[in-house]
Write a protein of this length. Structure first.
Length: 268
């Protein structure tokens, strides 16, 4: 899974190939992006889309809704075997999707609290969180500050939910996907948030507009200087042959070496 995942509304099939040509993976969306009266056609568009199953997933409606069964019936007629479950919170319901690789979208209080149990499921390959649905489920009005010195920053409850999901994914070796940045015109804000996602350990970030893809990729792509430094550090570690050693005036141990290895993995 590459770092930039782009949503494509299933009722706009003309966007599918364009999204695939720009992003690392496409999320064909049968849920919030599609109006109720367009869902039947959207399912047919998805099933007939002919995208690469290795880089395509389908977001289905919440499993406790009638639409979910219709979504899954349509997915079964398609080549796609990775589904993103909207508003996931019930581990038993997700476990029942044994024929699929599942990305659980935890976007309610119940979903965030269930993240560890969801991450433990063998068919769950990744976890993502959703800020606005989460805050709405709590009776709030916005996940971010609207003005003042903290304008655009997440509120405390969103920061906590983001961290809890990342920890749950990490504890079970699953990929953590960071939430979208809704203000697609604010590329500077997206860059800052993407850089934090990389540094914190998120394996990917979802986006809603093609212009966001390059920003996310740039954040995940180490600079030439970072790659050179990581290679130099790992070479020094191999030469030292000890668990802890001094390098350029600093003590280096296992976690620092892991950071260097992760930098080279992102570069590849």
């Amino acid at each position: 899974m590459g770092p930039a995942l782009l949503f494509a509304p299933a009722d706009r099939p003309e966007r599918f190939a364009k999204a695939a040509g720009r992003a690392d993976a496409v999320i064909i969306d049968l849920e919030d992006a599609v109006a109720p009266d367009a869902k039947v056609r959207a399912r047919e568009n998805m099933a007939a889309s002919g995208m690469d199953p290795a880089t395509t997933m389908v977001r289905i409606n919440a499993l406790d809704t009638p639409d979910a069964a219709l979504d899954l019936a349509a997915v079964a007629r398609s080549p796609y075997r990775t589904v993103m479950v909207a508003k996931a919170s019930d581990p038993a319901a997700v476990a029942a999707l044994a024929d699929y690789d599942v990305v659980v979208l935890c976007e309610s209080a119940a979903g965030i609290l269930a993240a560890p149990a969801l991450a433990a499921l063998p068919n769950v390959v990744a976890l993502m969180w959703g800020a606005e649905d989460l805050v709405a489920s709590l009776g709030g009005t916005s996940s971010r500050f609207a003005g003042g010195p903290r304008a655009g920053a997440y509120r405390a409850v969103a920061v906590q939910a983001r961290s809890q999901l990342l920890l749950a994914a990490g504890a079970f070796g699953k990929v953590a996907i960071d939430s979208i940045y809704a203000d697609f015109a604010d590329l500077d804000g997206l860059a800052e948030e993407s850089e934090d996602a990389v540094a914190s350990g998120f394996g990917a970030k979802a986006c809603i507009h093609p212009s966001q893809v390059a920003v996310i990729r740039d954040a995940y792509r180490p600079s030439d200087e970072d790659v050179a430094s990581a290679r130099e550090l790992l070479a020094a570690a191999e030469a030292a042959g000890t668990g802890v050693f001094a390098f350029k005036g600093q003590m280096v141990d296992g976690p620092i070496l892991l950071h260097a290895e992760q930098t080279l993995r992102r570069a590849r």
